[in-house]
Design a protein around this ligand. Structure first.
Ligand SMILES: Cc1cc2nc3c(=O)[nH]c(=O)nc-3n(C[C@H](O)[C@H](O)[C@H](O)COP(=O)(O)OP(=O)(O)OC[C@H]3O[C@@H](n4cnc5c(N)ncnc54)[C@H](O)[C@@H]3O)c2cc1C
Length: 550
């Protein structure tokens, strides 16, 4: 079926549906919110551009960081978990958000277990859960499932409950743009099916739970869906974003020469259980770099590996090694990593694993409160797409599944409360976007230039190269296919990231500037807010504290 198109590149919708809440994304944040919203009596529709289980969530390995009641190291506490989160966040976390989200962890995990999630037990006869440790954590507090398949168990549980509860899920439909009232409130979204047929979902509340931005780079731990669509949609709908320059690079994905796209993760929990990073000569990478050694926060480890690769005798190396040969029963404890290694001919029990850093997690995103409310009425965000203030300049390992569980629950309550209080606009006043085109850069060039100049070790000249390439290579393109929608999102998010990274003339957390290697608290201990100018370019607004706007 082909639909009519007007001179602005706008198609006429073929169908029009209604809900109280439309949730974009079916990962941990989206499904947690959808399930709870339905429990609260709301009519919910989940829209996802892939199959229901596709997203970052199902790839999560290490676990969920949580200090459970009566099940923790002797000197551990929720307050210590919050302190570790603040330390990793390098001065940019919102302390209230950290204490609230981390404090909500035990109850959120208990709810997930009530929904059927099974975490690994400490031993066969014990009801107590096994706990491991990851980078930046001062205690063993990361619970896991299936050894290193935690995300798969979280996603399995939520998908099963969604099916049981008959929460409707529209698969393989991509959200394109928000429907807005003349006053700018969000009251729905336009969506495209895989053949380009346009539909409209009208709802007084739209929740973005659309995940991260890893596909900005050539090598990433993220699956194909991670193209920043939700962040782009929010910016186009007038919302504020912040901290987009902070993209966490995971220190260790499995290195294979010339690999592109999603690379298998080599979880940090392996270092938690004693593995060490070594270079090609066998010298330890982390010795003398940080008091926590191989378990230093991710930004520190990624930067140390990058430095070591650059200083390699004989030129730049493209990988280092993780020596896990001393871990007994590796294949049983880390079955996912073991299988990925074996598939490329590496036996972790007998030889070091070749590893390299890769784009992993978007610390920033759509500015929200801890209840998921954005700066635009009717638009909410939760999970990796949101910037609640939990992660600051660098996420603490295994805090993101936790954030999705906690904020997913809270945002459902916020939507229900806003609806009951009559705060949301009537979807009948929603207007279709008048223009359905956007600047699009060619994806391969964008990924190459972002990997070369916008990854770890940015500088003024390199960031300027990215801007020029994006300026010169973008074409206004109709958003009629999934690929065009994703490419437009990657283009806009890259522009926003480069704008923020160029202005931040310091190194902090996972934003590493080779021309400004030091942290500058006097000038830069604040988030940078970003919005779209009337001409559609990302612009930075004056630095003000995030809690003033969310
Ligand atoms: C390899 C790997 C290992 C990780 N390990 C851990 C770990 O051990 N612990 C931890 O806490 N975190 C971990 N993380 C991070 C964590 O998995 C993610 O941050 C988290 O799962 C994000 O959940 P989410 O609900 O925000 O988004 P996702 O799970 O990414 O889901 C996004 C959803 O949005 C949909 N979507 C996107 N755009 C659109 C659109 N335009 N229209 C419709 N649908 C759309 C997608 O199809 C998908 O359903 C890991 C991540 C990776 C990649």
């Amino acid at each position: 079926m082909s639909d009519p198109v007007n001179v602005y590149g706008t198609k006429t919708p073929v169908w029009d549906a209604r809900a109280d809440l439309v949730v974009i994304g079916s990962g941990v944040a989206g499904l947690t919110a959808a399930l709870h919203a339905q429990e609260l009596g709301l009519q919910v529709l989940v829209v996802t551009k892939a199959a229901v289980e596709d997203g970052n969530t199902r790839w999560a390995q290490g676990g969920v960081a949580v200090v459970m009641d009566g099940e923790h190291d002797d000197d551990d506490s929720v307050a210590k978990h919050a302190e570790d989160t603040l330390t990793a966040g390098a001065g940019l976390c919102d302390e209230d958000a950290v204490r609230l989200i981390i404090g909500g962890g035990p109850a959120a995990v208990a709810r997930l277990r009530d929904r059927g999630a099974r975490f690994d037990a400490a031993d066969a006869d014990s009801a107590e859960l096994a706990r491991t440790r990851e980078g930046g954590h001062s205690a063993f507090r990361v619970i896991h499932a299936g050894g290193d398949a935690t995300g798969a168990e979280v996603e399995r549980t939520l998908v099963a409950r969604t099916a049981d509860r008959r929460v409707p899920v529209l698969e393989r439909h991509i959200a394109v743009d928000a429907l807005r009232t003349p006053l700018g409130e969000v009251v729905g979204v336009t969506v495209l099916d895989s053949s380009g047929v346009l539909g409209v979902v009208r709802a007084p509340a739209v929740l973005l739970a659309s995940g991260g931005v890893g596909q900005l780079y050539q090598a990433t731990s993220n699956p194909e869906i991670a193209t920043g669509d939700g962040l782009a949609l929010a910016l186009r709908a007038g919302a504020l974003a912040a901290d987009v320059e902070f993209v966490q690079f995971h220190p260790t994905v499995l290195f294979t020469p010339g690999a592109r796209g999603r690379c298998p993760l080599v979880t940090e929990a392996i270092r938690g259980e004693g593995a060490t990073l070594i270079d090609a000569t066998g010298a330890p990478v982390m010795r003398g770099v940080h008091p926590l050694g191989d378990l230093a926060p991710r930004d520190v480890v990624s930067a140390a590996i990058t430095r070591r690769m650059t200083l390699a005798p004989g030129g730049v190396d493209d990988h280092v090694f993780l020596d896990a040969t001393g871990i007994p029963g590796f294949a049983k404890r880390f079955p996912t990593v073991h299988a990925a290694c074996v598939a490329v001919g590496v036996d972790p029990a007998g030889e070091p694993i070749p590893v390299t850093p890769a784009a992993h997690f978007a610390c920033g995103g759509v500015v929200t409160s801890v209840d998921g409310r954005s700066s635009v009425r009717g638009l909410y965000a939760a999970g990796e797409v949101a910037k609640t203030g939990l992660h600051g300049a660098n996420r603490l390992a295994s805090n993101s599944l936790l954030e999705g569980l906690v904020v997913g629950q809270r945002v459902a309550e916020a939507v229900a409360a806003d609806l009951a209080a009559g705060l949301l606009a009537n979807p009948k006043f929603g207007v279709l976007p008048s223009v359905m085109t956007a600047p699009v850069a060619e994806r391969d060039s964008l990924q190459r230039v972002m990997s070369r100049y916008g990854a770890i070790g940015r500088d003024t000249d390199g960031l300027a190269v990215i801007s020029s390439v994006l300026d010169l290579s973008t074409l206004d393109t109709p958003l009629w296919t999934h690929e065009a929608v994703e490419d437009a999102a990657l283009t806009l998010v890259a522009q926003a990231l480069v704008t923020a990274a160029a202005r931040r003339t310091e190194s902090r957390g996972c934003h590493v500037r080779s021309d400004f290697p030091d942290r500058d608290d006097a000038a830069w201990s604040h988030s940078q807010l970003i919005r779209l100018s009337p001409s559609g370019h990302p612009v930075l607004t004056d630095p003000i504290l995030v809690e003033d706007v969310a």
